[in-house]
Ligand binder design. Structure first.
Ligand code: FA5
Length: 346
């Protein structure tokens, strides 16, 4: 009968040849199984004197533990290899992994940037975590002004700045207007600011985080015709040459006069009918794009620009909304639900 040391070295030798899980299983059974070599060693116990038995038993236990550990480790290694395809057959075609795609909002941001950059606008991105001053006061909305309620705001639990006030998640990209005026200093200014904005809404046309794009143009002699021309340029370039834009009177505290911009419904093309039935996307043949107007003199003053010498216009539209309008998407929440079947269509 082989002794403990012989069994150990036999095992170590055989372990080297256990190149797959089946061979390892056979090895395990032949050493650790009921009729295996470890139990055969234990059966020898009765031939030992009472003094020898204690240390003999201990040695067998240690051997058993060491064999069990080596088998377990090799088993883990071989299983991992098996999961990864086992031995490599270089003649087989490789695994084709699904391709990712650029998110539809990122695509739209690129498209919008290109459209405005072509006509001389400079792309900026001002902070989404902002001070009250830039989101409100600088935009002619003093602390207690009711117009602030239109821009429901989430405040940040951070120290209040003695000059700029509380920190917040900016509810609109208009907060970049005065920052851009300060950056440029002396007009001309042609800014296209695209950034994340936040409002606590969640329904088919509202998400708590959304992107806005803000246009700002300031120079000598700028008037509404420049605004309308630039908006028409965007509408035709982004939606197509058959889509029209219009200005509808509105109120914003930071523009005077102010307007809402509508575009022809991209689904019924302004006819209000789709295959004889009433268009489900619009009511009157028009869809609302966002707000615009001539920059209020107080905003120019906050931007350290002389309103007697310079004038300007601004607009702010939702990126998710223009995508909705372009493709006739009926629920904005799909953009952020992470469903690849929706996202890969763009
Ligand atoms: C504003 O935010 C003004 N700052 C726009 C502006 C800029 C007016 C410059 C004048 C001059 P309003 O709250 O209407 O305006 O938002 C503009 C657009 O943002 C909306 O038309 C819509 O397209 C988009 N929007 C607003 N809230 C959400 C939301 N929760 N989810 C997705 N898009 C939104």
């Amino acid at each position: 009968m082989a002794g403990i040391d012989d069994i150990r070295s036999q095992f170590n030798n055989e372990l080297k040849h256990a190149s797959d899980l089946d061979k390892l299983q056979l090895l395990e059974t032949s050493y650790l199984g009921r009729n295996g070599k470890i139990n055969a060693l234990l059966a020898e116990m009765k031939s030992k004197t009472p003094e020898e038995r204690k240390s003999y038993g201990q040695e067998i236990n240690e051997l058993k533990q060491s064999l069990t550990l080596q088998i377990t480790q090799l088993k883990t290694l071989l299983s991992t290899r098996k999961d990864q395809g086992g031995d490599v057959d270089v003649t087989l075609p490789g695994t084709v992994y699904p391709k990712g795609s650029i998110h539809l909002v990122s695509i739209a941001i690129e498209e919008i940037s290109r459209i405005y950059e072509k006509i001389g606008f400079i792309r900026t991105s001002y902070p989404e975590v902002e001070y009250e001053f830039f989101s409100f006061e600088s935009l002619n909305m003093p602390k207690s002004h009711a117009a602030r309620d239109d821009f429901e705001t989430s405040f940040i639990d951070a120290p209040v700045h003695s000059k700029w006030g509380k920190m917040l998640l900016t509810p609109h990209t208009s907060s970049g207007q005065v920052r851009e005026m300060w950056r440029v200093g002396k007009p001309p200014i042609r800014m296209i600011n695209i950034a994340k904005t936040y409002r606590p809404n969640w329904d088919a046309t509202h998400t708590p985080m959304f992107f806005q794009f803000e246009g700002l143009c300031v120079d000598e002699g700028i008037n509404i015709t420049h605004l309308k021309g630039t908006l028409d340029h965007f509408v035709k370039e982004y939606f197509g040459s058959d889509i029209e834009g219009r200005l509808r009177p509105h109120h914003f505290q930071f523009t005077e006069p102010s307007f809402e911009v509508d575009v022809t419904c991209t689904v019924c093309k302004g006819t209000t009918k789709v295959e004889g039935a009433k268009c489900k996307v619009c009511k009157s043949g028009w869809l609302e794009l966002g707000g615009t107007g001539m920059v209020h003199p107080n905003v120019l003053k906050a931007g350290k620009i002389d309103p007697k010498k310079y004038s300007g216009w601004a607009f702010g539209f939702g990126v998710e909304r223009v995508i909705m309008m372009k493709y006739g998407i009926d629920d904005i929440r799909n953009y952020y639900a992470g469903d690849i079947r929706f996202l890969e269509q763009f």
